[in-house]
Write a protein that binds this ligand. Structure first.
Ligand SMILES: Nc1ncnc2c1ncn2[C@@H]1O[C@H](COP(=O)(O)OP(=O)(O)OP(=O)(O)O)[C@@H](O)[C@H]1O
Ligand SMILES: [Mg+2]
Length: 292
């Protein structure tokens, strides 16, 4: 039986009449990298905020490594490091003071805290920015500060809400390496991302959430295989690019031959294809009319 480090049952979050998260249940296994994928407004951040005790849910049960957050939020908080999507930094104090204030919350002795901050800053490249104010940093460096804050108390579970949004390519790869290294040492990771290549290469399992409901969960491979491991992409008459899935290469080849004159490409199915099947593509056909 898998060892579930995060258990969420029947989680619902409502804002007034609007249900942002609608009775979802999920489990994250100890030591895995779990991806939470979904279009803008699907409910990813709201879920992450509830699970990390930052928002009280309307209904549902959340247990983090044995700590039911409704009765022992503090115990749960000790185990988790959170990189929030909205870069919650105190704008009036320096980057150094921001990091220290996060560490103090975890009751890390001051000397140890400063030593850890310096070591982590060195790894991430943040040292030259420590005495600046958040407003003097670019978006990417602010995000790296928040990532550092999430790591400061050596949490056993990391929640990363779009941690690579706005990071340059080099820094994305740096963060992937950090995630992989920490995961190898036993850290469990809950990550949201809009980059399907990132999810495909990092995550052991992913869930796809749309409109507050989880539509699918599995390894990226399992989700692709459900639709068919082979994809033919081709141009439709209206200029749109379409995809069709196949379970065998033979079937895919046959269809590809039929569509070859329509710019067809035969390739493996990607998580991005699966994601679009669940989320649906946004219809922009009116753009011609609107732009005149
Ligand atoms: N404090 C709030 N008050 C009212 N509605 C909210 C609040 N926070 C979130 N929502 C709504 O809940 C829904 C889910 O938002 P959420 O931020 O969880 O989406 P998301 O999946 O994280 O999207 P994104 O990919 O854009 O970050 C959205 O419709 C959003 O407008
Ligand atoms: Mg979000």
């Amino acid at each position: 039986m898998p060892d579930d480090i995060i258990v969420v049952e029947g989680l619902t979050v409502r804002f007034g009449d609007f249900t942002a998260v609608d009775d979802i249940s999920l489990t994250v296994r100890r030591g895995e990298i779990y991806g939470f994928l979904g279009p803008n407004g699907a409910g990813k951040t709201t879920t992450a905020r509830a699970v990390t005790t930052m928002r009280r849910p309307t209904a549902g049960r959340i247990v983090i490594d044995g700590h039911d957050v409704s009765v022992d939020a503090r115990g749960a908080r000790e185990l988790i490091g959170v990189c929030q999507q909205n870069l919650a930094l105190d704008v009036d104090i320096s980057i150094r003071e921001n990091i220290i204030s996060k560490g103090v919350l975890h009751r890390i002795p001051r000397k140890e805290l400063e030593a850890r901050m310096m070591e982590l800053s060195d790894v991430i490249g943040l040292t030259p920015f420590l005495d600046k104010l958040p407003r003097d940093l670019s978006g990417g460096w602010k995000r790296k500060t928040v990532i550092l804050c999430a790591l400061i108390h050596k949490p056993s579970i990391l929640f990363l809400d779009e941690p690579t949004a706005g990071l340059d390519t080099q820094s994305r790869h740096m963060l992937w390496d950090i995630i992989r290294i920490l995961n190898k040492r036993g850290t469990t990771v809950f990550i949201t991302t809009h980059y399907m290549d990132e999810a495909e290469s990092l995550c052991d399992r992913v869930s796809i959430i749309t409109k507050g409901k989880i539509r699918a969960t599995g390894t990226p491979r399992e989700l692709c295989e459900k639709f068919g491991s082979f994809t033919v992409e081709y141009n439709a008459e209206d200029g749109k690019r379409l995809v069709k899935f196949f379970h065998t290469r033979e079937e895919a080849k046959q269809f590809y031959a039929e569509k070859e004159s329509e710019g067809a490409v035969l390739r493996g199915t990607h998580l991005e294809d699966v994601f679009l099947e669940y989320s649906g593509k946004i219809d922009v056909s009116r753009i011609e009319e609107v732009m005149g």
